[in-house]
Design a protein around this ligand. Structure first.
Ligand SMILES: *Cc1c(COP(=O)(O)O)cnc(C)c1O
Length: 450
């Protein structure tokens, strides 16, 4: 089939995630056909530096035979067996052990799922089970943040705080959303430090309003990813810690689906921010995107209760601990460890990206250029001092994304915020290439919007 035939069949039969079906029908899809290292190629032979690691998952790029071989070998040995009914498989035991070794010291148990969304649903089930076993059944409410992304099952989407999503489904009624720590967009006249404290105090305010005896947990991404790479001010997480410590009986869930496995230059965002979550969601990069797998790491204080008290935990998925997925996870963790990928991000690539990315702040349409580890964001504005956008509908972001892809760099647009999360194996030369291509996209966008 040629490109237009493929696009026609796609239009006729395939409903894509988070897509305006009507608009897609008119434009036709971009058909990606190959990938190597940190580059992807489309059906026209157009090669692009993948500044988004697929969808935040291919942290080791696209050419790791160790991972695909591990999956293949497992499929030829034991392609599937479940973990229900007192059964287990060797890869699932090995991966649970490996995860306990790389997770924060107090997290020694894992529940496997097929995705990040399912893992957040699992968190809701574990939280409820925990408080029931603790004989505190009134602790039911989970606090999350506006503009958070926690997946798209009903549980995940209810935890998430994206208004566009909430308009299209009926959310669970025991989830509350508070201020996000988005200084550039919502900090007004406060300094970033003041705003970080303010946003964290909003958690305390909400707990007081609901009554601490009713609050079961607080869930947050270490840095909001899909929301626009919202790096909280440095004061935010220490203040959240103070708030939670003051109560002592509100669980902390950190959703590490994007920041787990090295993106900050530490294994997990919790390590980077010195937090001790009770539950930690992971997915995406755990298998380098090669096989669907997610899960939640369970901290000792919760694990001890749910393991010590009798009675079945009535939750699980057919593909929980799928052996081939677990092999993919093991191969990924081995590469991260053996090749010191995360140390290299921390010591070399992240500081270099920080320096080069910050240079983009001098561009006339950039209101802020921020980065941390191997993520970055650019805020597109018409007026730097007032932070005014080009229009209410935030169309500049889409324009910039399309021009960037045309120039050979995959950037993503969240409204008028351009975001990158390149593979962790990016070299310094590739950082230069990324920044130069991003600048060209900005130049072209400024011209197109003038
Ligand atoms: C992608 C993502 C999810 C959902 O993961 P899926 O595998 O798509 O279900 C949950 N939380 C965060 C922070 C994510 O980025």
């Amino acid at each position: 089939m040629n490109k237009s035939e493929l696009q026609q069949q796609d239009r006729e039969h395939l409903l894509h995630p988070f897509t305006d079906f009507h608009e897609l029908g008119e434009q036709g899809t971009r058909v990606i056909t190959g990938a190597e290292g940190v580059y992807i190629t489309d059906i026209d032979g157009h090669k692009m530096l993948d500044g988004m690691s697929g969808l935040w998952c291919c942290n080791l790029g696209y050419s790791r035979r160790e991972i695909s071989d591990a999956i293949y070998e497992q499929l030829n040995t034991l392609p599937f067996y479940n973990s229900f009914f007192q059964c287990t498989t060797v890869p699932s035991i090995e991966l649970a052990d490996a995860l306990a070794a790389v997770a924060p010291a107090h997290m020694n148990n894992v529940f496997f799922t097929g995705s990040g969304s399912e893992a957040n649903d699992t968190n809701l089930r574990i939280i409820r089970r925990y408080w029931d076993l603790m004989e505190r059944p009134e602790k039911r409410i989970v606090i999350s943040r506006k503009n958070a992304y926690h997946g798209s099952t009903i549980g995940g989407a209810s935890l998430g705080g994206m208004s566009g999503m909430h308009k299209q489904f009926q959310a669970l009624d025991y989830i509350e959303h508070i201020q996000q720590p988005y200084w550039f967009g919502e900090g007004g006249d406060m300094s970033p430090e003041e705003f970080g404290v303010y946003a964290a105090r909003c958690l305390d305010e909400k707990i007081q309003e609901l009554g601490p005896e009713n609050v079961a947990a607080f869930i947050a991404e270490p840095i909001q990813g899909a929301g626009g790479v919202i790096i909280p001010p440095e004061t935010y997480w220490p203040e959240v810690k103070k708030v939670l410590d003051q109560y002592g009986d509100i669980l902390l869930v950190m959703d590490e689906v994007i920041f787990g496995f090295g993106r900050t230059g530490e294994w997990f965002g919790a390590d980077y921010y010195g937090m001790q979550p009770d539950l930690m969601t992971f997915a995406k990069a755990v298998t380098n995107g090669y096989f669907p797998l997610g899960g939640t790491m369970v901290g000792d204080r919760v694990a001890e209760v749910i393991k010590a008290k009798g009675g079945e935990f009535t939750h699980g998925y057919t593909y929980s601990a799928h052996p081939a997925a677990c092999k993919a996870g093991l191969a990924t963790i081995n590469i991260l460890r053996n090749e010191k990928i995360i140390e290299n991000v921390r010591e070399n690539t992240a500081p270099y990206l920080a320096k080069r990315w910050a240079e983009l702040a001098d561009h006339p349409i950039v209101g802020e250029a921020r980065s941390l580890g191997l993520v970055g964001a650019l805020e597109l504005v018409k007026d730097k001092s007032s932070r005014a956008r080009f229009d209410d509908k935030c169309t500049a972001g889409g324009v910039c994304r399309d021009l960037s892809i045309k120039n050979g760099l995959v950037m993503r647009a969240t409204g008028d915020t351009m975001i990158i999360a390149p593979p962790l194996i990016l070299t310094k030369e590739q950082v230069d290439e990324l920044v130069e291509k991003a600048r060209r996209a900005l130049d072209d966008t400024a011209k197109a919007l003038a």
